[in-house]
Ligand binder design. Structure first.
Ligand SMILES: NC(=O)c1ccc[n+]([C@@H]2O[C@H](COP(=O)([O-])OP(=O)(O)OC[C@H]3O[C@@H](n4cnc5c(N)ncnc54)[C@H](OP(=O)(O)O)[C@@H]3O)[C@@H](O)[C@H]2O)c1
Length: 429
């Protein structure tokens, strides 16, 4: 074993960074044995230097992250600050000054992954980010390496623990969205400003990263269709239950049936209770991968939290350090397939549509005609009437989102349709 240590600069020492530092210390001997050289924490960049940080030598703490990454003797920079800047500049500066990088930053990778990979490649360095998607769950490496000989057709996952906690609460207790959100906030599962989670920005970033890796194609954040889960109601859950389904916020990355394009989307969807993702409870994450040769695979575990996320960071750190000792780099960006990324209109799936209609003869026939005119075939219809008004629940066979959109637009124009109460996609069948 080499005795000269590999030097690690830790940028950020918050929820994740503090756990990275702790495990680097408590597992130092094992890490050294696995890498073939000891790893040394050479500096820790933070915003508030006076904060007491257990187990961290105060002499290592600095507010000058730029100077730390420019030192020239750093082997690996671990970026766990988050956000776009200064993280982006610090990472590119790290490459320029000879370091490889491990990051947990989904927002940055989803937005600027291509540029960051190019910078890593230009300097012959590694950029690893297992922790950026689904916390502790090994996903990036299995997609990049274990499935490198297979053809992935679909990635379907619950990649945000906060929203899964809220939806699970709504499902199991009958609570409304706000009540479930309040509980998630009180228990620390939701942040004071939950927008990134509940409006699915976080899940969309992860979908962009997963789709890019799964399909060897650059998928930008803007390419991902995004719909949050704030409009999901207790009534939607009741409808889902009648169909033998539950509701999950899903990230879905798919290859088109002809293989010529891909789509990436994030939205609430009904899934059958028999689907493995339906049993993912609380704040857990799970990702279902379908590929040609392997068939169906499911990856499950804690998608966030300091220690679980640090586990993924440390796994990357070991891999990057090994590469470094071998004078090699691991797999970089793979975007050779360069498939076109289609918009939501091209997505083909089933739909559950709940309509408020007048309770009189002929309405059902009128509604059915609109579906038929737009080429959307109906699977089941359920009608409940009361006081001259009725609710009509239509479940369709597979149709394109564009055809469904046209159908709904035409339905809204019918005198007998008072409103479209909800539209939800049905997945996982
Ligand atoms: N938390 C999770 O469960 C989780 C899961 C998966 C991925 N991630 C990702 O991991 C990253 C870190 O998340 P986190 O939850 O650990 O965040 P956090 O608790 O807010 O920690 C951020 C750290 O960065 C430091 N920092 C902020 N701005 C800085 C600057 N300009 N220069 C130097 N240091 C700066 C902060 O310093 P102070 O300590 O002085 O404030 C803090 O130590 C993010 O990209 C996040 O998306 C987090």
């Amino acid at each position: 074993m080499r005795t000269r240590p590999l030097k690690v600069a830790l940028l950020g020492c918050g929820v994740v960074g503090s756990e990275v530092a702790r495990i680097m210390t408590t597992h130092a001997a094992d890490l050294a044995a696995r890498i073939g050289a000891p790893v040394e924490l050479a500096g820790v960049a933070v915003r508030r230097p006076s904060k007491v940080r257990e187990g961290i030598d105060p002499a290592l703490v600095t507010t000058d992250a730029t100077a730390l990454v420019k030192r020239g003797d750093i082997d690996v920079v671990v970026e766990v600050i988050g956000g776009i800047e200064p993280a982006r500049t610090l990472i590119t500066t790290a490459f320029e000054h000879g370091a490889s990088v491990v990051s947990a930053n989904k927002a940055l990778l989803a937005q600027d992954g291509a540029d960051l990979h190019a910078a890593a490649e230009a300097h012959n360095k590694d950029l690893y980010y297992e922790a950026a998607v689904a916390g502790a769950i090994p996903l990036i490496r299995p997609l990049r390496e274990s499935l490198a000989g297979d053809k992935v057709n679909r990635v379907l996952g619950i990649v945000n623990g906060t929203t899964n906690f809220i939806l699970d609460k709504m499902d199991s207790t009958g609570a409304g969205y706000q009540e479930a959100l309040d509980e998630a906030t009180a228990l620390g599962y939701a942040e004071a400003d939950p927008t990134a989670d509940v409006e699915a920005f976080d899940a969309a970033a992860k979908a962009a990263i997963l789709a890019g890796i799964a399909f060897h194609t650059r998928v930008r954040l803007d390419d991902v269709y995004r719909e949050g889960m704030t409009e999901v109601t207790a009534a939607d859950f009741a409808s889902a239950r009648e169909m033998g389904c539950t509701i999950k916020l899903l990230a879905i990355c798919e290859r088109a049936e002809d293989g010529g394009s891909v789509t990436a989307r994030v939205h609430p969807a009904m899934i059958p209770l028999t689907h493995p993702l339906a049993s993912v409870r609380g704040a857990y994450n799970a990702v279902f991968v379908e590929s040609d040769a392997s068939g169906q695979l499911m990856f499950y575990g804690p998608g966030a939290g300091g220690a679980p996320t640090a586990s993924a960071v440390l796994g990357d750190l070991v891999a990057v350090c090994r590469n470094r000792l071998n004078g090699a780099t691991g797999p970089g960006e793979s975007s050779y397939a360069a498939l076109p990324v289609s918009g939501m209109g091209a997505v083909v799936t089933r739909y559950h549509i709940s309509l408020d209609v007048a309770d009189k003869p002929g309405v059902l026939a009128q509604v059915a005609t609109v579906f038929a005119e737009h080429g959307v075939s109906i699977d089941t219809v359920r009608q409940q009437g009361k006081d001259g008004e009725a609710s009509l629940v239509v479940v369709t066979h597979r149709a394109s989102d564009a055809a469904l959109g046209g159908t709904v637009e035409a339905l809204r124009k019918l005198d007998t349709v008072r409103g479209v109460a909800s539209i939800m996609r049905v997945e996982g069948e």
